[in-house]
Design a protein around this ligand. Structure first.
Ligand code: EPZ
Length: 416
């Protein structure tokens, strides 16, 4: 099994281009199910999760052709509106097939996602929303079986803000009869990117980016060419790494407008940040100051950046309170960071991070995608060698991370 070896202590320096967003690519690829015409998606990152979504679509009969950073999809001949357990269990975002399949084909069989390392993560709101739109839903042998002759527009209030739930229902509503209003909708930039793609396919959507999205259903959608937005979490991860190593890093093609909460905290930590139309430069000249954070749905501080900020706080001056409000078990990285010398206490959903002068390299294990990113940041700071096991988690969300950090001067290598 592959591992990542990092010899820490080098301040990151130079320029790196931000890749396309994983969490925008996945729903946009699923949206190809909504039309019989060709769809071309570009700026798609080369990630394991993208590969899983393409395999899932192919299993259904979608013709897919992958070229570097682009995918051509043709869902004119879908034979099986079915998402099997083997694929759904490796990637929960497979649930994004549920809405489009039910809307276009009147039927979907999608495996219920099983357990997850970061929390319970039910999909009840996806199911309730589709039921409100007239789908008949049965849970049979671990599968969600949804049927509908044609979905009907409805008012749907989601009691918890859910990103993929909003995306699933927004996609379904595009082909429903009449108007759907999604209340307490997710405002994440990835929802907005999906809405833009759907609008370019002929969908009638308003209010994306706010918490009330209105969709007027149409008879059919047409083909599209869409370039995916840059990945704000990848960008934030590079910036946190630059700050922790006291570096000077410029991000090219950065999603400038979607990083406010993260940039604000990096400034509070002492970083000097210059922002241009599509670049961000971060310079950190001294030891970072600890920054307390509380995760929240967008535009709040993203849960997907929580682990990376624990790593930053681990070497900062002072004590930080890091409160996780979205997922109930998203502190798995803490035990691993302790192995590198971090001083962190957990009290309920808050981590108290007491900054230490230095971390020391050790063998650690990645438990999920963002946990692995926090271990990379800690490894870049630690004295000596850090070896990170189970880096397939990292490959789900960061494209060629070792090459790109290497370009910034990091001493990092993939080893068997
Ligand atoms: C999306 O997951 C992202 N994944 C996650 O990215 C991200 O952590 C998460 O949103 C929160 O920002 C994709 O976009 C593919 P949610 P999602 O539904 O949609 C509860 C990463 O590292 N909930 O917004 O699955 C749920 O349990 C990841 O890239 C219900 O109760 O998350 C959680 O507490 C991992 N019922 C909260 O809502 C439901 O039906 C928010 O989850 C759905 C969700």
């Amino acid at each position: 099994m592959q591992k990542l070896s990092i010899h820490g202590g080098v301040p990151l320096s130079g320029e790196v281009r931000v890749a396309g967003a994983k969490n925008a690519s996945l729903p946009i690829l699923a949206a190809a199910l909504l039309t019989a015409e060709p769809v071309r998606v570009s700026n798609v990152p080369e990630l394991n999760d993208v590969g899983t979504m393409i395999r899932l679509l192919e299993r259904m009969g979608v013709a897919a052709r992958r070229t570097p950073h682009a995918v051509d999809l043709d869902a004119s001949a879908v034979s099986q509106p079915f998402a099997p357990y083997e694929l759904v269990k490796t990637m929960r975002a497979s649930i994004l097939a549920l809405g489009p399949l039910t809307a276009r084909f009147g039927e979907a069989r999608v495996s219920l996602p099983g357990g997850c390392a970061i929390g319970e993560r039910p999909v009840d709101l996806h199911i309730k929303g589709l039921a409100a739109m007239g789908a008949t839903i049965a849970i049979e042998a671990g599968y969600i079986h949804a049927t509908a002759s044609r979905l009907q527009g409805a008012r749907v209030f989601m009691e918890t803000v859910t990103v993929t739930g909003t995306e699933n229902l927004m996609m379904a509503a595009c082909l429903a009869r009449g108007e759907t209003v999604l209340e307490n909708a997710a405002r994440e930039p990835e929802v907005v990117d999906l809405a833009r793609c759907l609008i370019a396919m002929g969908a009638r959507i308003k209010g994306h980016g706010t918490d009330v999205i209105t969709i007027e259903g149409v008879e059919r959608l047409h083909g599209v060419e869409h370039a995916v937005m840059p990945d704000r979490i990848e960008a934030g991860t590079f910036l946190a790494a630059a700050a922790a190593t006291r570096g000077d890093v410029t991000l090219a093609k950065a999603p400038v407008a979607s990083l406010d909460a993260v940039l604000e905290k990096l400034r509070e930590a002492g970083a000097r940040i210059d922002v241009g139309a599509d670049f961000i430069r971060l310079r950190m000249g001294a030891r970072p100051k600890s920054v307390s954070i509380r995760t929240a749905p967008y535009p709040g501080f993203p849960t997907d950046m929580q682990a990376q900020f624990i790593a930053l706080n681990a070497v900062a001056e002072g004590t930080a309170f890091v409160t996780e409000t979205i997922f109930e078990n998203r502190f798995m990285h803490v035990q691993e960071l302790r192995r590198l010398g971090a001083a962190i206490d957990i009290e309920g959903n808050t981590a108290l991070v007491h900054g230490v002068e230095k971390l020391t390299g050790a063998a650690v294990m990645a438990t999920d995608l963002r946990a692995s990113a926090s271990l990379v940041i800690a490894g870049l700071v630690a004295e000596g060698e850090t070896v990170i096991d189970r880096i397939y988690h990292l490959d789900r969300g960061y494209e060629r991370i070792e090459a790109r950090l290497g370009q910034l001067g990091a001493r990092i290598a993939r080893v068997s």
